[in-house]
Design a protein around this ligand. Structure first.
Ligand SMILES: C[S@@+](CC[C@H](N)C(=O)[O-])C[C@H]1O[C@@H](n2cnc3c(N)ncnc32)[C@H](O)[C@@H]1O
Length: 334
């Protein structure tokens, strides 16, 4: 039980007082101040409220409730490691990530949801720690892990504003589609970049202010017309996806209790202020064509200028619209 946590207990800290943690039979305990965290189905429950005040806690609670009710992205009953690989690799991003991340490294996925990426990356000999607010999402992630005897993924309930890991513990931190559901994405980035080792990577996915345009228009249309015009969304039109996965997508995209949108320029500014060097992005800045086959996520690309960044973002609704206007920025900790 909890073998990955036991083997790396030195990177863990109490989310309340930052003291050392120890694992007892039925709970995790803080050595110094005896803060105690239950374990459910091998998942330590270490969620604690943030310390940024009532407004941020209200958003965290709303988002938590939403994802407890609607775990995202969810599994189909027939999913197995083969299908997990096939589905992950239908996304260019996941395939590139898996091809380029070295083996035997320690990765943290913040806001892992139902753990597809965490489980997928762990298949190729990497130690991957998935954390999320939503226990129901984590139970589903862990259920997949157990059913398929995966050994190198593990899951923890945690609020990203109150990490259960010490600074500089990970070679890479992945945070996809998460910070735009928090009270302040930049505040979240400041916390999670501290967890990266020097020379390690942040892989950050956010909604783009321009890329999200058509989703916002569709949200307005759907709120006025009900489900009749759901075919306007490319994902909801697909024939190869179950009703339950479509429902999960619909709720996440159109009924989410809180989301913000961001730009390349904004994230570049955040990177500078948190000691992160820009490495690359999807879509590529200054290139409105699809990524070429030999695109490398971890080799340095141009950060462009205000005009090229704007052009890339204005093109997003037309090129990447089916992903809901999502962009990914990769940076290296200096
Ligand atoms: C849209 S889902 C993304 C899931 C997964 N990263 C993916 O790309 O499929 C957003 C996830 O962020 C989690 N989340 C939101 N705020 C969080 C916070 N403060 N701490 C930890 N997880 C959070 C939610 O519970 C949810 O599972």
């Amino acid at each position: 039980m909890l073998s990955l946590m036991k083997n790396s207990i030195d990177i863990f800290q109490c989310p309340v007082c930052y003291g050392e943690l120890a694992i007892e039979d039925e709970y995790v305990i803080c050595v110094e101040n005896k803060h105690r965290f239950d374990i459910v189905d091998d998942i330590p429950l270490m969620f604690v409220e943030g310390s940024d005040g009532e407004y941020s806690d209200r958003i965290t609670q709303k988002v938590k409730l939403f994802y407890e009710e609607n775990p995202f992205p969810n599994y189909d009953e027939s999913d197995n490691p083969g299908l997990l690989i096939a589905k992950a690799e239908s996304s260019v991003f996941a395939k590139l990530l898996n091809d380029e991340l070295p083996f035997n490294i320690r990765i943290l996925e913040v806001g892992c949801g139902t753990g597809q990426m965490t489980n997928y990356l762990s298949l190729a000999h990497r130690y991957v720690f998935g954390v999320d607010l939503s226990l129901n999402s984590l139970l589903s992630a862990n259920n997949f892990k157990k059913r398929n005897s995966l050994k190198r993924s593990s899951f923890y309930q945690m609020n990203l504003f109150k990490p259960v890991f010490k600074v500089e513990s990970f070679h890479a931190v992945i945070c996809n589609g998460v910070l735009h559901h928090t009270h302040e994405a930049y505040a979240g980035l400041r916390v999670i970049t501290k967890l990266i080792k020097k020379g390690g990577y942040i892989i950050l996915g956010l909604y783009n202010r321009y890329g999200r345009l058509f989703t916002n228009i569709r949200r307005t249309i759907f709120s006025m017309t009900g489900s009749r015009l759901h075919f306007l969304d490319a994902y909801l039109r697909r024939q190869d996806i179950t009703y339950s996965k479509k429902k999960t997508w619909y709720l996440d995209q159109y009924e989410n209790p809180y989301e913000t949108t961001h730009t390349f320029g904004e994230v570049l500014g955040w990177f500078e202020q948190t000691g992160i060097e820009f490495i690359s992005s999807i879509p590529e800045i200054g290139n409105i064509l699809p990524l070429s086959d030999d695109y490398k996520l971890f080799s340095k690309k141009s950060r462009g200028n205000i005009i090229t960044r704007l052009i890339s973002q204005l093109a997003m609704p037309f090129l990447t619209n089916k992903e809901g206007g999502f962009f990914i920025m990769i940076g290296r900790k200096k």
